[in-house]
Write a protein that binds this ligand. Structure first.
Ligand SMILES: NC(=O)c1ccc[n+]([C@@H]2O[C@H](COP(=O)([O-])OP(=O)(O)OC[C@H]3O[C@@H](n4cnc5c(N)ncnc54)[C@H](OP(=O)(O)O)[C@@H]3O)[C@@H](O)[C@H]2O)c1
Length: 230
């Protein structure tokens, strides 16, 4: 897809992978609606922040309305990036942390896809990228809840791409290993380091996937640091 002049919705844009992706999309001259709880420090004529809690369907519906008013030409790209994780053993995990992970990482993707897919179908074009994780293809000790959410994201993505491919809509599931962001603030046992991938590495890979030929679908993309221990 030629990104110039197209409208993209990116969720979770205050920092990390989401913010890096917004910046790369703006460099490609796309219009970007950032749906998030917290606004980024970013002032650009083609960027429009829409206060959104992706775990709340009413909030997501409202954001669609605001985005359509701002960018009338239709939404071509949805990057479901907003997400969070809590660590610890399953038996010690507080209920609210478990629910917050599923409400955001799984239900949030459902809500955003549910409102935006009809818009893409009207245009006969679209690309949805779901940011999953290698926790979506592996079991990781002390991350059972997070792994559960990301396995769900992989399963949803694989089913969805078959549902919408004949409408001209691509669905890509991206599975990154460790990225140096604030994601690990909730994990006492993990500290970020320079051997992790950089958020801009993930953003650049997303742009590559978006810019492929209309008949090429990258259904899954696994990204890893080459030397995670340096
Ligand atoms: N970092 C990694 O190693 C890694 C690896 C694989 C996959 N991922 C995935 O990559 C995605 C981005 O994570 P990151 O590493 O960039 O982490 P991050 O720096 O913590 O950023 C997460 C973003 O999601 C937003 N968010 C969280 N809950 C939200 C909600 N209910 N509604 C709207 N926005 C919400 C946050 O907003 P606030 O500022 O308001 O909190 C923030 O902008 C996540 O889905 C994560 O699971 C990360």
């Amino acid at each position: 897809m030629e990104l110039k002049g197209k409208t993209a919705v990116v969720t979770g844009v205050s920092k990390g992978i989401g913010l890096a992706t917004v910046k790369f999309l703006l460099e490609k001259q796309a219009n970007v609606a950032g749906w998030g709880r917290t606004a980024p420090k970013l002032d650009h004529p083609n960027f429009y922040f829409v206060p959104t809690d992706v775990s709340d369907f009413a909030s997501v519906e409202k954001s669609l309305g605001q985005t359509k008013q701002q960018f009338v030409e239709g939404i071509s790209v949805l990057i479901n990036n907003a997400g969070l994780g809590f660590g610890g053993t399953l038996s010690d995990m507080p209920l609210d942390q478990w629910h917050q992970m599923f409400n955001t990482n799984v239900h949030g993707i459902f809500y955003c896809c549910k409102v935006i897919i009809p818009e893409m179908k009207k245009m006969g074009e679209g690309h949805i990228i779901n940011i999953s994780s290698i926790a979506g293809t592996n079991g990781i000790e002390n991350m059972a809840g997070y792994c559960g959410t990301k396995h769900a994201v992989n399963g949803i993505s694989h089913a969805l791409f078959k549902e919408v491919r004949n409408d001209g809509i691509k669905v890509t599931c991206v599975n990154p290993g460790s990225v140096n962001t604030n994601f690990f603030d909730n994990f006492d046992s993990i500290t970020t380091n320079e051997h992790m991938m950089r958020p801009e590495d993930i953003a650049a890979s997303l742009i590559n996937v978006l810019e492929t030929h209309p008949n090429l679908l990258t259904s899954d993309l696994e990204l890893r640091p080459l030397k995670p221990k340096g």
